[in-house]
Design a protein around this ligand. Structure first.
Ligand code: ZN
Length: 279
């Protein structure tokens, strides 16, 4: 199982000289298997560059969405395979708390986008019922889901394939003053022993209490969760748009020192490729 980070930024894209190292594109991770099966996690602006690669073939595309906040769907209108005739694209939306599970398509309607989704010639299916299932299969992968602690809801995903386990948990507030869909213990069970956990940690201590209840976690508590769950590697995503490369490097170094010998921990960088076969 190979994991490629195409977008690791939270909330809004952040081009600029202070974000060159970690990258400025919003949420998108590409997971591929040795047998050729693959899946895309989220459709933030990171999916645009991935589309430039995938447009060169005609294989079926599967996308799992965590939720419909803009930074998780805003790359889709610029994902080139949707303009390919009969390209089969299957989308599983997150378990959001509104009756708009097809928001990824609906954003291409009205006055917000020049090409309307009804004009697309690709064969696109949004499986709105699938979003409510705890487990399901997509070609090559067994998928388990868990409800996010996040405004408007959504789903975390655990993918199993080739004897490896990947957990994708963004956006998620581990200690929320709002209704908790999933407790600390339930997260421990969900991610237990994962080869790789990709988890949102947009905040540091100084961001709270102002941002309490906004639906993101602190770096320190995500590291603690990953360590307790005995995951092999933690890749932190959903970096705050205001966080510079220097600040992220400093946060990462602090955590790596604290967890040395217990947990491999990184702030994810756009462009990083992790081959779990060699870990
Ligand atoms: Zn969100």
């Amino acid at each position: 199982m190979k994991v490629e980070f195409f977008g690791v930024r939270g909330s809004s894209p952040t081009p600029g000289k202070h974000t060159v190292l970690f990258g400025g594109n919003t949420s998108c991770v590409y997971v591929s298997l040795e047998d050729g099966h693959d899946v895309i996690l989220d459709a933030g602006t990171g999916i645009i560059a991935l589309g430039d690669r995938l447009v060169k073939n005609h294989a079926d595309i599967n996308i799992l969405l965590t939720h419909n906040h803009w930074d998780h769907i805003q790359g889709f209108p610029f994902f080139r395979p949707i303009y390919q005739d009969n390209r089969k694209i299957t989308i599983v939306p997150g378990a959001v708390e509104y009756d708009d599970k097809d928001a990824i398509l609906a954003q291409m309607s009205g006055s917000t986008h020049p090409v309307k989704y009804q004009q697309l010639t690709a064969d696109i299916n949004v499986l709105t019922d699938q979003a409510l299932n705890d487990t399901f299969e997509i070609p090559g992968f067994n998928v388990r889901t868990q409800l996010l602690n996040h405004p408007d809801g959504g789903s975390a995903y655990c993918l199993s394939a080739e004897g490896k386990k990947l957990a994708f948990v963004t956006d998620n507030e581990l200690s929320s003053p709002n209704k908790m869909n999933t407790t600390w213990q339930q997260w421990l069970d969900f991610i237990a022993g994962a080869d790789i956990l990709i988890h949102d940690a947009q905040y540091i201590e100084e961001d709270l209490p102002l941002k309490l209840g906004w639906g993101h976690s602190k770096l320190s508590e995500v590291a603690r969760l990953a360590c307790e769950a005995k995951v092999k590697s933690l890749y932190i995503v959903s970096h705050d748009p205001a966080r510079t490369d220097d600040e992220l490097l400093s946060q990462e170094a602090k955590l790596q020192e604290e967890y040395q010998g217990r947990l491999n921990i990184y702030c994810a960088r756009e462009g990083t490729v992790v081959d779990l076969a060699s870990t």
